[in-house]
Ligand binder design. Structure first.
Ligand SMILES: [Zn+2]
Ligand SMILES: [Zn+2]
Length: 352
């Protein structure tokens, strides 16, 4: 397809972005051109917008179209593409994997080292544009029950569903979610759906808008960490013990220690935030109380399960949509990102 398209570009690591007209991407024989219909701003995009130090490694790929949470309509396919056709509605994986390594052969293609060289929005042009070229195997068909807005949420829903899976959460266990952003709130949604007991959401005064949303998502208790000591507050709410499972979703490195301190002996801390810089933790108390510290990182199986869950019952498909608080146009990307920095939104989508 010839012509130009609007795109949200990161040209260097200085704070900010540019919305510009660039050529519509050409597709190779195994590639698919997607007309983007909805794309969500992720916390990692916000780090990139702000120019976080840990994103320095991606500077060599700039100028780059941002965005990895998107879905749309297939409008063109390369000559070797078999699995999708023009007109199909698809969500795209974050990165195309090699198909051949031990991770790819065991349904863990999101750990494929080749995939880590092709991350959309970080190393290859992503979805904050009218069109994006992706590999055929990156496309997952969306059933009719999943509209475009929900389609753009599949990635964070997969990440958070997987986090709850990895935590081994069982019925009635007490849960803390630290950080009420989109990942925190979707984790709350999954934890509730899996029959968690008391769910405590921890944020700051700055998060007041997001904490109100946490109440709408049936959080049992809200702790405002700059009004009361959050570790003491969690202990008081859990009979002095701490929570069975703490999800660290704030992305603030200093709060890894707080997450451990909120956790009961032998409990689990599941880290799902992405951090702009390294953090330090005191390991000895963690060892002596046999707490488990786990990283969790989405994955395609989680996406398939997510699509199956959301299409199983129209009530499930409605639930996550309430994290979408703002819908914007690509040309208003700067304002959308500023809202994200100031935490005035939860999930903000570009609708095209
Ligand atoms: Zn994301
Ligand atoms: Zn591989």
């Amino acid at each position: 397809m010839n012509g130009k398209m609007k795109a949200v570009l990161k040209k260097n690591l200085l704070p900010g972005l540019n919305v510009e007209e660039i050529p519509i991407p050409e597709i190779g024989e195994g590639e698919v051109l997607i007309k983007v219909r909805a794309a969500g701003i992720c916390g990692s995009d916000v780090h990139m917008f702000e120019g976080a130090d840990s994103y320095k490694v991606f500077e060599k790929f700039m100028p780059l179209v941002m965005g990895h949470e998107f879905c749309g309509d297939v409008c063109d396919v390369g000559s070797a593409v078999k699995a999708v056709r023009p007109g199909d509605r698809v969500v795209s994986r974050v990165a195309a994997s090699c198909g051949d390594c031990r991770y790819c052969r065991s349904d863990r293609m999101h750990f494929c080292s080749v995939a880590f060289t092709r991350i959309l929005g970080l190393q290859k042009n992503g979805g904050f544009a009218e069109y994006v070229a992706v590999s055929e195997e990156s496309c997952i068909l969306l059933p009719d029950a999943i509209g475009y807005e929900l389609g753009a949420l599949i990635e964070p829903l997969g990440v958070t569903g997987n986090a709850v899976n990895d935590s081994g959460l069982t019925l009635g266990e007490t849960v803390v979610i630290q950080g009420p952003g989109p990942i925190g709130l979707l984790t709350l949604l999954h934890a509730k759906a899996r029959g968690a007991g008391k769910c405590i959401v921890v944020g700051t005064k700055n998060d007041s808008f997001r904490l109100r949303k946490a109440k709408e998502f049936d959080a049992d208790h809200i702790v405002v960490a700059d009004e009361e000591d959050p570790v003491n507050a969690v202990r008081e709410l859990t009979g002095g013990y701490g929570a069975d499972v703490v999800f660290e979703a704030s992305g603030v490195p200093q709060l890894l220690q707080t997450a451990l301190d909120m956790c009961d002996k032998t409990g689990r801390v599941v880290v799902e935030g992405i951090y702009g810089s390294p953090g330090t933790i005191d390991f000895t108390p963690m060892v002596r109380s046999a707490k488990k510290l786990l990283g969790t990182y989405g994955g395609p199986i989680a996406w398939d399960r997510m699509i199956a869950w959301l299409s199983a019952d129209s009530r499930y498909a409605k639930l996550p949509l309430s994290v979408i608080t703002h819908r914007s146009k690509l040309e208003d990307a700067e304002a959308a990102f500023k809202r994200s920095v100031k935490k005035e939104n939860i999930k903000e989508l570009f609708i095209l």
